[in-house]
Design a binder for this molecule. Sequence first.
Ligand code: NAP
Length: 295
Amino acid sequence: MSAPRALITGASGQLGSDLQEVLGQRGWQLDALTHADLDVTDDRAVAEAFEASQPEVVFNCAAFHNVEVCEAEEDTAAAVNFRAVKRLAQHAQEAKATLVHLSTNYVFDGRRADGGYAESDLPAPRSVYAVSKLAGEHAAVAYCERALVVRAAGLYGLHGSGSKGGNFVTRVLARARQQGELRMVADQRLNPTFTADLAVGLVAALEAELFGLVHLTSSGACSWHEFTESILELAGVEVPVEAVATTIPPGGAERPLNGVLVSEAAPAAGLEALRPWREGLADYMGRAGLTHAGS
Ligand SMILES: NC(=O)c1ccc[n+]([C@@H]2O[C@H](COP(=O)([O-])OP(=O)(O)OC[C@H]3O[C@@H](n4cnc5c(N)ncnc54)[C@H](OP(=O)(O)O)[C@@H]3O)[C@@H](O)[C@H]2O)c1
């Protein structure tokens, strides 16, 4: 694939930022538009962005994904995570461009006791966020022939998520230092994934001409409790972490207990698995200056 012209939405988010770096290193021509540059729910602005950019590939990294806020703000969740995706897909189709759209492990209810969820498993979303993301997945493939829908999980990146105030790693370290002890759920499992690794995986999927639905996460899985312990160990922060069970406060959103993704589509397309989550975490923490040696 020669270096194409790409449009990135939500470009200052965790994945958007790392994608810029990964694509930039490969010589892609980028129009990286932040939320301030382009609100994906503004139909006219989206049409103008396509006109100005003439992209061959669109990476939709924009999302409204604070799970609790989505419960309270259904209209915005639907507007960003579903309706805007439909518009992007329609414009991509018209321009004969590829749409890479990001989705989530939360489309599954996570009630399966063991193993992970593959692309062939039936989604069962349990929150406004998850329902809106599943609708976005359908919109992407319904309106664009060259759509690649990528479900990811547990993302953290060097640039932090604006809507969540940093990322899980930095929040855990800050709380550990402030409180001297932590409590963390041990019954929710996931594949924590460094957005720089995911960005490399997205490029590989495009190079393999993979379309449709694919799960892309770091290899392996752990509980939030294990993830927390690994973060503290790499940072050289010694505080006790009590393992607790998930409780959902009244009116709170349900999260999948088993949020682990596995992939059938990626290996079938010849894609190399992303590296194990612990390696990605160590690399991220080193680059962010958060490890014992770097701090
Ligand atoms: N984070 C996770 O753990 C996780 C897990 C699984 C899947 N995902 C999916 O992965 C994708 C990337 O996530 P991420 O962690 O990189 O998110 P992120 O860091 O929060 O980035 C999302 C970006 O979207 C922007 N945005 C929000 N509303 C917008 C709008 N109306 N128009 C344009 N931009 C808008 C945000 O800007 P502002 O902050 O300025 O509003 C932000 O820059 C999302 O589709 C998400 O659903 C995330």
